[in-house]
Design a protein. Structure first.
Length: 353
């Protein structure tokens, strides 16, 4: 019985320590009061279930000096590359400990169901944290050029090559009229052009085309596949961007685990007319938000070198453009001018598109 008691006590402590870590991640990194409350509640459920043996009973079973496991460790335990990895480790620790508590409780004649219920809660808390905290590798580019062949003054391949020479960090393929076979060929060709220059390629809307072409990411709108659905298929192989026209949409995208936000529309655009504009105030609101503001973002729609300065002064991290480059006589110079405007107007000169 003493051995089972030591096992139970050690895993109660292990589970509560892990839940405290999850609670603190939600509280201090995400400012998510509801998720922090859920982690705290689960921790109290575990403590309450364990209290059936009395606090002195638990302590009496404890034998830290005699525990052979305290000297067993692996090099991996000392490495936590970022907060997302920390959430994974803490969540796994909680789940494993609660399973052990559950089994020990059965043998000790205690309420095993409470530990089982807490374990299921921990799975969901971990999922939400990991999705929101991400991999710590969100893309940051000064300018992204959206490539649509019919809007290009020059052949689209020449525009793509010129944008790379001009300093674009990303090219986004936006071709809604192409059939699947042609779209895949176009995406693969764009990757061939951009990758040797160290320029990322994002595919608009189409998860399947992004994966098959070897692109670096996919960008979706509010009516497209959700971030969670994309992650089920692609995992962390693709960066995922989400178009947002309101602060709440941006906050939800951050909670869902988006890698970056597309904010807009900023201004009227001849490329894609808008019914209403979010305007520069959306950038300011997102930049000030403790949740959405943690993600890189791109301002989009109607952006030129003439109006970009006001965006950056509002906290804009960068821009995504189509007509300003695709329709230019000299797309390389047009791209370079936008890059210089972003980098020369403010210190937060980065973008995701």
């Amino acid at each position: 019985m003493a051995g089972l008691g030591r096992m139970f006590d050690a895993n109660v402590n292990r589970a509560c320590e892990g839940l405290r870590t999850l609670e603190d991640l939600a509280r201090f990194l995400l400012d998510d009061a509801e998720l922090a409350r859920r982690a705290k509640h689960a921790r109290h459920v575990v403590r309450a279930a364990a209290s059936a043996v009395g606090e002195r009973g638990l302590v009496a079973w404890r034998d830290t000096p005699g525990d052979v496991g305290t000297s067993i460790s692996t090099p991996h335990e000392a490495i936590r590359a970022n907060a997302g990895v920390l959430a994974v480790a803490a969540g796994n620790r909680v789940a494993e400990a609660l399973r052990s508590c559950e089994e020990a409780a059965k043998a000790l004649g205690l309420d095993a169901q409470s530990f089982e219920a807490a374990r299921y809660q921990a799975y969901e808390i971990q999922k939400r944290l990991v999705m929101a905290l991400g991999s710590g590798e969100s893309p940051r580019w000064p300018v992204c050029v959206l490539i649509t062949a019919e809007l290009c003054r020059l052949p689209w391949e020449e525009v793509a090559e010129a944008a790379c020479r001009g300093g674009a960090g990303c090219l986004q393929l936006r071709e809604k009229g192409l059939e699947d076979k042609a779209l895949l060929a176009r995406a693969r060709r764009l990757v061939e052009i951009a990758r040797p220059q160290g320029v990322a390629v994002i595919v608009n809307d189409r998860l399947d085309i992004a994966l098959l072409s070897g692109a670096g990411g996919v960008h979706v709108g509010q009516g497209d596949l959700s971030v969670a659905e994309i992650r089920k298929v692609a995992g962390d192989r693709l960066h995922v961007g989400v178009s947002c026209s309101t602060l709440e949409q941006a906050r939800q995208a951050a909670r869902d685990g988006a890698d970056y936000l597309g904010l807009g529309p900023m201004f009227d655009s001849g490329t894609k007319p808008k019914d209403s504009l979010s305007g520069p105030s959306l950038i300011e609101a997102v930049a000030a938000d403790p949740l959405a503001g943690k993600l890189p973002h791109v301002a989009i729609s109607g952006i030129t070198t003439r109006n970009i300065g006001g965006l950056v002064s509002n906290g804009c991290m960068g821009v995504a453009v189509c007509g300003a480059v695709c329709g230019a006589e000299d797309p390389e110079a047009a791209t370079r001018g936008l890059v210089e405007a972003v980098r020369g107007t403010g210190s937060r000169a980065s973008v995701a598109s």
